[in-house]
Write a protein that binds this ligand. Structure first.
Ligand SMILES: Cc1ncc(COP(=O)(O)O)c(C=O)c1O
Length: 370
């Protein structure tokens, strides 16, 4: 039977992700719009975004955080281009985005001393093989496979290499062991339900040291340049962005941060996300035609929850189409390179009541197409 109740907000996309509950454009501050981002007002808004993010995330005092162009991709690539090549590089990947960084490193930067640790969708490679004297590039949460790194225990405290972590679908939803991470990137459009356009780049003192002491022999576009005369451009990390940011996106981000602050900070966000995952876990336990793509509980993502169905790819598409047509769930098809299945965003901006309301719809859609 067709379920009677629909999710109030059927927004389960894995990026851009659902806006926060209660979101309204009217809540955004507009005094920064139409003003220079270098005016005292504009700069203060950018600095506020930086300071609030650092505080909410509990970053070590000596870590820097900057707002950079081109979303998470921009943040990752500006560091790869600026700093890789000083040491051998270990690249760990298990889904599409991590594979993309591998391609950047080998096909574009053409680095030669590169080791790859690869795993198929649903699995994690053996991270203990990473050499602490190499740089390592990895993704904290594989958004397209729903597989996350369970913890940072495999990262040596005595490493001489840099740990470079694309954590775009993890930050604000998972515990991040900051001291183990030298470079962390994320974008506003994921866990916080913010806008695309800008990325966040977090640097440890060791990462800064690399930028100040190593100059790779390759051209760097202006939007990747973080040093001048061998010194870090500190302004990037205090609100003097490299080029013009969208102040509307900044206002939107500040709204998201305020919401995080008044809802228990990162632990509140984690709880919301884990409660969403728990609903799906119970549903999977009760239904033998659906299962997590992630092979074990420890590596199962609590944000990008990827599911496989006992249906062929065309039928999965039908399920996705039916649910969208009914306005029961939007944008829940698996990523184009991933095995056919569903991907249901369970980050903090999604309400648990909506995940609960969605479950009977999954059964209904499955029964329609099987
Ligand atoms: C793991 C991962 N890295 C990078 C990206 C690219 O992010 P953006 O589009 O914000 O640059 C995504 C987007 O979904 C992602 O999931």
């Amino acid at each position: 039977m067709k379920p009677q109740v629909k999710p109030e907000r059927p927004y389960f996309s894995s990026g851009p992700c659902s806006k926060r509950p209660g979101y309204s454009l009217e809540n955004l501050r507009t005094d920064v719009l139409g003003r220079s981002h270098r005016s005292s007002l504009g700069k203060a808004a950018l600095k506020d975004a930086i300071d609030k993010t650092k505080e909410l995330l509990g970053l070590p005092a000596d870590y820097r955080l900057g707002i950079v162009p081109a979303s998470d991709t921009g943040a990752v690539e500006m560091f790869l281009w600026s700093a890789l090549g000083a040491k051998p590089v270990d690249v760990c990947y298990w889904e599409s985005f991590g594979k993309g960084w591998m391609s950047d490193i080998t096909n574009e930067l053409k680095l030669e001393n590169v080791n790859k640790f690869e795993a198929d969708y649903g699995k994690l490679p053996d991270l203990s093989q990473v050499n602490p004297d190499h740089d390592v590039v990895f993704t904290w949460n594989g958004t397209t496979s729903g597989v996350k790194v369970p913890n940072g225990d495999w990262i040596s405290d005595d490493r001489t290499g840099l740990t470079i972590c694309d954590a775009t679908s993890a930050v604000f939803a998972m515990d991040m062991p900051w001291e183990k991470l030298d470079v962390v990137t994320f974008s506003w459009q994921k866990v916080l339900g913010g806008e695309g356009a800008h990325g966040v780049l977090i640097l440890s003192p060791k990462a800064v040291e690399r930028l100040e002491t190593y100059k790779p022999d390759r051209p760097l576009p202006k939007i990747f340049r973080m040093t001048k005369g061998g010194k870090l451009i500190e302004g990037i990390f205090t609100g003097a962005t490299i080029n013009t940011p969208s102040m509307l996106a900044v206002a939107d981000y500040l709204d998201a941060l305020n919401w995080v602050e008044s809802n228990g900070g990162v632990s509140g966000m984690k709880e919301r996300s884990e409660a969403n995952l728990a609903v799906i876990k119970d549903f999977v336990a009760e239904n033998d035609w659906i299962d997590f793509l992630a092979e074990s509980k420890e590596i199962r993502s609590n944000t990008s929850v990827c599911l496989k169905l006992a249906l062929d790819a065309d039928k999965v598409k039908e399920v996705v189409g039916l649910l969208a047509k009914e306005d029961a769930a939007l944008d829940i098809g698996g990523y184009r390179d991933a095995p056919a299945g569903l991907r249901i965003w369970c980050g903090a901006t999604v309400d648990t009541a909506d995940v609960k309301a969605l479950m009977p719809w999954l059964s209904w859609a499955y029964e329609q197409v099987k």
